[in-house]
Design a protein around this ligand. Structure first.
Ligand SMILES: [Zn+2]
Length: 475
């Protein structure tokens, strides 16, 4: 036992938990390649891109944890977003084989913009063969991690890396008109351009925290590492090339830094997306620099973030056993449907457009308006919370604004707490009601932004209810 009698006699403050007799902590990790076929669709842009080559393999990266009673699975896939349908099928298959309940599986997308399409957004639609392949391969990541279960210890820490995160929504100087594709005026501009003379100030904060969860063998050999950082993605790939973006490069870098290459079973590092709906890697208030070569910037970001992760890693204190629990809830939220006059305007714009590909922003959003006209009035979303000892993870199926994640961290009964976004499905951007008032890209009604204006308040309230339940399980 890690919590020795000697320590207890010394009166040390103990954060570890005593394993109930006969219970052992185990963990397993694995990856499963999910790279799409050449010639199929890549989403993440307003026009579809056809995949020409694979720069680096995209993967579903999985960790399974077992406290002797409860097993949890976390899978983070190199996808821009992934539909609930694909993940529900993956959970069913993984559950049948591993007996881990589907509600104990957290499955998310990293938000790399250079992967196979796994969800219909803008002018990209998933390839039906790829959808089937993905469900199987994401399930396989869990099944393989479960197969690798072995005695383990666990620990965590929280780093701080402010240099790679910037709020991308800016307020502009008075008198700077910001007209959106619906012909109306916004109060903020996304990606306003570096050195734009009309910049006033960013419209919100950033979250520089870098939580790290580390899992090792009892002898201290690395098994897996899960990180979480609130950065949308980096981008900058070769034309038509598939890449896991900085998420994949972070995973590789951690493997090198931990001297965990060539292990059997293989060490798995994972970078999950925090709450980065309005955060990117571009310092708009800074100076213009020479354009980077493909992959140069994402590698630089991965190296900086991995260096901070390594600093945290070296000070992690491990526990031989912690309790695990999960709670999940399905909630119903309203959809922002277009009004009759908005549909009429959209029809007029489409009638004049050159088809089939919509090219101008007005045309693209007119097409989105027509798609949203036929959307259901309400949608169901999965919200989930995992407890790992005194640490909590919340999972939200959206591109979550940073203010929401900061609020959850601040008010959560668990320290630390972090959120994994784009999890268990995809329901578009999640701005706060205040940001809806400001307008801007992330609020523009589309398949990538359609939840009711108060969605974030309802989601946060439900998540606190879930965290409260986890707290009463084992206070
Ligand atoms: Zn996005």
């Amino acid at each position: 036992m890690y919590l020795s009698g000697a320590l207890l006699l010394c009166g040390a403050v103990l954060h570890g938990q005593q394993a109930p007799s006969g219970k052992a902590f185990r963990a397993g990790a694995a990856t499963s390649i999910i790279s799409p076929k050449i010639g199929t669709s890549n989403n993440g842009n307003m026009q579809d891109v056809t995949i020409k080559s694979i720069h680096d393999e995209t993967m579903a990266r999985s960790i399974v944890l077992d406290d002797g009673d409860t097993r949890l699975a976390i899978v983070v896939s190199d996808l821009c977003m992934v539909s609930r349908e694909i993940l529900d099928v993956a959970k069913r298959r993984a559950s049948e084989i591993t007996k881990i309940p589907a509600a104990n599986m957290l499955m998310s997308a990293t938000h790399t913009h250079s992967a196979g399409t796994a969800c219909g957004v803008f002018q990209s639609e998933p390839d039906s063969e790829y959808v089937k392949f993905l469900s199987e391969r994401i399930a396989d990541a869990v099944i393989r991690a479960n197969h690798n279960l072995a005695p383990a210890r666990i620990g965590w820490g929280v780093g701080n890396e402010p240099s790679q995160v910037f709020n991308r929504r800016w307020k502009m100087k008075p008198g700077t008109p910001i007209i959106n594709p619906f012909g109306k005026e916004d109060q903020v501009k996304m990606n306003p351009g570096i050195g734009n003379p009309n910049l006033l100030e960013p419209s919100g904060p950033t979250d520089p925290e870098l939580p790290i969860l580390s899992i090792q063998t009892p002898a201290g050999q690395p098994i897996a590492l899960l990180a979480n950082y609130s950065l949308h993605y980096v981008g900058g790939v070769g034309a038509g090339e598939v890449s896991a973006d900085y998420y994949g490069m972070f995973a590789e870098r951690m493997k090198q830094m931990l001297s965990a290459e060539g292990q059997d079973p293989a060490f798995v590092a994972i970078m999950s997306n925090g709450t980065s709906g309005n955060i990117n890697n571009v310092n708009f208030g800074g100076k213009l620099t020479a354009p980077a070569k493909p992959y140069e910037k994402m590698r630089a970001v991965a190296n900086v973030v991995a260096a901070e992760a390594f600093k945290v890693y070296q000070n992690i204190k491990y526990q031989d056993w912690v309790s695990l629990s999960s709670v999940q809830k399905e909630i119903t939220l309203g959809v922002r449907k277009p009004a009759a006059d908005e549909v009429t305007r959209a029809k007029d714009i489409i009638a004049k457009a050159k088809k089939p590909v919509m090219t101008s922003m007005e045309e693209i959003y007119a097409k989105e308006t027509m798609a949203m006209k036929d959307y259901p009035d309400q949608v169901k979303l999965i919200l989930q919370a995992f407890r790992i000892g005194d640490l909590a993870i919340t999972a939200i199926p959206c591109e979550v604004f940073v203010e929401i994640g900061l609020d959850i961290k601040k008010r959560s009964p668990f320290k630390p707490t972090f959120s994994i976004s784009l999890a268990n499905g995809y329901n578009g951007y999640l701005p706060t009601p205040e940001h809806h008032k400001l307008g801007g890209y992330e609020t523009w009604r589309a398949k990538s932004s359609y939840l009711e204006v108060d969605a974030s308040a309802k989601i946060t309230e439900s998540l606190f209810e879930l965290l409260g339940k986890l707290k009463t399980v084992n206070p």
